[in-house]
Design a protein around this ligand. Structure first.
Ligand code: SF4
Length: 345
């Protein structure tokens, strides 16, 4: 075969071409799409209404599930992290986040992360490679296998800067939201893409104009403070990020969310909280405050009282403000730390 194809995310057209190349009947395509998107079964060996010969051929052509779950680890509040081994032995993770009303899957978009935010475990080794659309969909598959059903929500807030892997992320979004037999028919309103403020990617997201949600990791309201948290190479000025936010919310018809990780003594001054509140009010944005989950001694979580003061300052101006305090610096509970532990073992 000359083309490189992946089974998860394949279109019916590519599947038909592939099946005709291997002299299989066209109706097998419908059966395969039913396994993929209706039954959420990516493992060709388990597609039991296909003849053995075809299943073997799919496996020989790598048209099957290519990743496996290496470890599952329970976290606080019922969360569960799955550490996933990819075909080249690289590792990524996805997280299942239950609440009484809904199940949310948190998915990764890259192996490692090029942004290298200074407080984040995932970015410490930089970017290793992008995930393909099929690999992103396989994370979803492993989550569905674990949960036993499709999730209610998906957030792309795992490892990586998704907008720096836009083509593959976009393809996975298409498949997740496609209401035809070629997708999972999830509402775009239940899917959130997160970015560290990569402006060209935000412009591509706005140009696509589909009603997916966008969350921007702002972390600071001015460039000087932001430079202490996010290194230069992928950092855009706050002004440009805010202009791109406006374009995104106009194009998608969705409110954007500002993610703001609070780090002790760096960005936790209540005066900064008031500026953040004013920005959120002007852009009709939500604010999600996150208490830093420490990677080392340099970036510590502010004391509880300081967190609450900051939240109150934002709430003077913004209407929708939430605070996430992850319990636990328990082993491997912060973003990327499960994977990091395997790398340094
Ligand atoms: S916080 Fe997100 S963007 Fe920053 S290094 Fe970590 S994974 Fe990358």
């Amino acid at each position: 075969m000359s083309r490189v194809l992946e089974l998860p995310g394949i279109s019916s057209r590519d599947l038909s071409l592939y099946l005709s190349e291997i002299n299989e009947k066209p109706f097998r395509g419908k059966q395969i799409l039913d396994w993929l998107y209706n039954k959420c079964e990516f493992n060709a060996d388990k597609m039991l209404n296909l003849p053995r010969g075809l299943r073997d051929k799919l496996i020989a052509d790598n048209m099957t599930l290519s990743s496996s779950v290496a470890e599952a680890e329970a976290g606080s509040g019922g969360t569960e992290k799955l550490l996933i081994t990819l075909k080249d032995q690289q590792m990524i993770e996805m997280v299942l986040i239950p609440s009484p009303e809904r199940m949310t899957f948190c998915l990764s978009t890259q192996v490692g992360c090029p942004v290298r935010c200074r407080f984040c475990a995932s970015g410490q080794h930089g970017l290793i490679r992008n995930l393909s659309a099929g690999e992103i969909l396989e994370e979803f598959y492993h989550g569905v296998q674990k949960h036993g059903a499709l999730p209610d929500n998906i957030v792309f807030m795992g490892i990586g800067e998704g907008l720096l892997n836009w083509k593959n992320l976009q393809r996975s979004l298409e498949v997740l939201s496609d209401a035809s037999p070629e997708g999972f028919n999830m509402s775009p309103r239940r899917i959130t893409v997160s970015t560290s403020g990569y402006v060209p990617g935000m412009e591509a997201f706005a140009a696509w104009a589909r009603p997916f949600n966008l969350a921007i990791s702002l972390h600071a309201v001015d460039d000087e403070v932001r430079s202490r948290l996010i290194p230069d190479h992928v950092r855009y000025p706050v002004d440009e990020i805010l202009k791109a936010c406006e374009k995104c919310s106009e194009a998608t018809g969705r409110m954007v969310t500002f993610e703001y990780t609070l780090v002790d003594g760096i960005n936790d001054d209540p005066a900064m909280g008031r500026v953040l509140g004013k920005i959120a009010r002007k852009l009709h944005a939500k604010v999600n405050l996150i208490a830093c989950n420490p990677v080392d001694d340099q970036f510590r979580r502010p004391p509880e009282k300081r967190l609450r003061q900051f939240q109150s300052a934002v709430e003077e101006f913004a209407t929708t403000v939430t605070m996430r305090i992850e319990k636990g610096s328990s082993a491997a509970s912060a973003c990327g730390q499960l994977r990091l532990r395997h790398i340094v073992k």
